[in-house]
Design a protein around this ligand. Structure first.
Ligand code: ADP
Ligand code: MG
Length: 629
């Protein structure tokens, strides 16, 4: 366009646009969801600012926080307008010309390999999906602090920005004009748009209306000729019914009218703006929770593993829905400290933030959802909110609820709770199970989030006991399956006071270890820890159900009860080998070993080197060495 200022897109944007334009991707529908989601974000921003400065919204129509969609069928132009924060000229150039979010390169690579474009919204580039359906896009925008500007591009490597001096004033907000491609003419259809909004944008918390026609009944005066026809019909009826005749007589005084259909155009509200979390959990069907999750995550096919919807009352009041995604964030463990939180915080229905750091502890960072609090103050800055004392209480309760939700997965899971029972029994028990998907679900959970639970045990002393119950381990008796500590305890032998464990590289290797041969011989169950992080877990989790953990490779191992006879015999053996142990210690010298002792821990192997009670285990030494390299 002549007169506009021309800008080149950042190289990455060009690459992205190429992929989008040339995409054979069948689901072009997502563009609408992305644009509505941007409109909703912009509305959230202005509403948030208005908390501290109500004048910011303006008055009358301008103050209405809403989204409007309009179709010009003849010219195939679809318009989406919001009364959000709007963009200044600078914003337009920066936001719609460059990509800020990290991770875009990897997204682009995925896309070039034919990855799922559906995930575009998560990578901070959702806007560009508009080019799935558009050949030209105009973005008209008005920010409170600037004039009205138009951004325009045909996705040809550049865009133009010019002042919108002649256009209709938006007062504030953004209007996106989409010139539909010929192949995308299906979107020039109100019914299609309605279907898309209800499919993808049902949970947007601002009213979304579509300029749409509808047929309404209209009373029109009846003309002469028609009256004659009516009379004919009436006279026919007369013979059959006298009642109708009477009615007819009464009506005679009124002016004659008839009902016809008429087409009227008006704004039609497409979404239900009552947030899901405000509804009573018993009134929300599972389907709605799933759809809400999809709208939160901007993944239209994603299914959460589980969710919890609850209402906290008392010293802090809030409503929340927490979801466990079907899979953990990529490289969860490696990115542990850099993953951003994904629980949205609302205060009295007003969106505040979606990356509040202090809503959940790190180890639960994989949870998604929303929290809406009535206790937090509205008209304070984000920083002040972050320090508000109620936030700590909210966090505490959220953790409890999250752990309850996880515990419930295990409880509902026959496979998990019936572990150790033989298969036939588990099979028949399953018949009564309510949720057919519950079976094996905890194992799935554990596969994705086991590390998070372990990190929780290490980091969260106040919930350590709860978390320990969620821990699953391999043991000498668990076979291929995993078992819980509670089950271990229930299988403990009479007189057994400790939970025996050994750490190393693999189950198989540990089962062969001389350290456990006596324990196994005596039929004691031994936990096999094979995850490097387990060393830190056992460092923090020293007991369970009042029973201490005992590392089989450390001194002080007590194998069951000793009766008097045994004690006496052991004393004699020690005497017998006194010279040998002394000689050995002298030979090795004080710096090599702390002591040489006669022990009862072995069965076949003649001797082993053990670690002292308070020192690092051999496995830990191995891990530390590996880390230092
Ligand atoms: P994201 O929404 O993840 O940031 P998008 O590509 O969808 O990524 O949008 C890029 C940016 O453009 C947004 O962050 C926002 O700053 C700006 N933007 C897009 N649409 C609007 C709008 N309707 N109103 C105000 N700003 C918008
Ligand atoms: Mg977006």
């Amino acid at each position: 366009r002549a007169g506009g200022e021309k800008f080149e897109f950042q190289a990455e944007v060009n690459r992205l646009m190429d992929i989008i334009i040339n995409s054979l991707y069948s689901n072009k529908d997502i563009f609408l969801r992305e644009l509505i989601s941007n409109a909703s974000d912009a509305l959230d921003k202005i509403r948030f600012l208005s908390l501290t400065d109500p004048t910011i919204l303006g008055e009358g129509e301008a103050a209405k926080l809403e989204i409007k969609i309009k179709l010009d069928k003849e010219n195939k132009i679809l318009t989406i307008r919001d009364r959000g924060i709007g963009m200044t000229k600078e914003d337009l150039i920066k936001n719609l010309g460059t990509i800020a979010k990290s991770g875009t390169s990897s997204f682009l690579e995925q896309m070039q390999k034919g990855g799922d474009l559906n995930l575009i919204g998560q990578f901070g580039v959702g806007f560009y999906s508009v080019y799935l359906v558009a050949d030209t896009v105009e973005v008209v925008s008005k920010h409170n602090t600037d004039k009205q500007w138009v951004w325009e591009s045909q996705a040809d490597g550049s865009f133009t920005v010019y002042e919108d001096a002649d256009g209709e004033s938006l007062e504030r907000g953004t209007e996106i004009r989409i010139h539909l491609k010929d192949e995308a003419s299906e979107y020039a259809d109100e019914d299609k748009l309605k279907a898309l909004v209800s499919r993808y944008s049902q949970f947007i918390n601002f009213p979304i209306s579509l300029w749409a026609s509808k047929e309404v009944d209209k009373e029109v005066p009846v003309e002469e000729e028609e009256e004659v026809e009516d009379d004919v019909a009436d006279s026919k009826d007369e013979e059959e019914s006298t009642e109708e005749e009477e009615e007819e007589v009464e009506e005679e005084d009124k002016p004659k009218t008839k009902t016809t259909k008429e087409t009227v155009w008006d704004w039609e509200l497409l979404n239900d703006v009552k947030p899901v979390w405000l509804r009573s959990p018993k009134d929300v069907p599972d389907e709605d929770y799933v759809k809400f999750y999809q709208s939160l995550t901007k993944e239209s096919w994603a299914k959460p593993m589980s969710w919890a919807h609850f209402n906290a009352e008392g010293d802090v009041e809030f409503k929340a829905i927490l979801y466990i995604p079907a899979s953990a964030p990529p490289q969860f463990y490696d990115n542990y400290y850099t993953i951003s939180p994904d629980v949205k915080l609302y205060v009295r229905r007003v969106f505040i933030s979606d990356d509040f750091d202090d809503l959940l502890p790190r180890y639960l960072i994989f949870l998604k959802g929303i929290v809406d609090s009535d206790t937090l103050p509205l008209n304070v800055s984000r920083e002040m909110l972050q320090q508000h004392s109620a936030l700590k209480l909210i966090k505490k309760k959220l953790v409890r609820k999250a752990l309850d939700m996880i515990r419930k997965i295990a409880e509902d899971d026959e496979d998990d709770t019936k572990k150790g029972a033989d298969d036939d029994e588990a099979e028949s028990a399953d018949k009564g199970s309510k949720d057919p998907e519950a079976r094996g679900k905890y194992a799935k959970f554990w596969g994705q989030y086991g590390k998070a639970i372990k990190l929780g045990i290490i980091e969260d002393a106040s919930n350590r006991v709860r978390l320990a119950k969620l821990l699953r381990v391999h043991t000498s008796k668990s076979g291929d399956k995993l078992t819980s500590l509670e089950e271990y305890v229930s299988r403990m032998k009479p007189g057994q006071k400790q939970l025996y464990f050994i750490s190393g590289e693999s189950k198989e290797q540990l089962a062969q270890s001389p350290f456990v041969e006596k324990l196994l011989k005596k039929d004691y169950e031994v936990i096999y820890f094979t995850d490097p992080i387990d060393e830190y877990v056992t460092g923090q989790l020293t007991e369970f159900d009042d029973k201490k953990f005992q590392d089989a490779t450390k001194e002080d191992l007590k194998v069951g009860e000793r009766d008097e006879d045994e004690k006496k015999k052991f004393k004699e053996t020690k005497e017998e080998f006194k010279d040998l142990t002394k000689w050995w210690k002298d030979v090795l010298g004080g710096s090599e070993v702390e002591g040489v002792k006669v022990s009862k821990r072995l069965h076949r192997t003649p001797c082993v080197v053990v670690t002292s009670k308070y020192g690092w285990s051999a496995n830990m030494e191995r891990l530390m060495k590996a880390q230092a390299m």
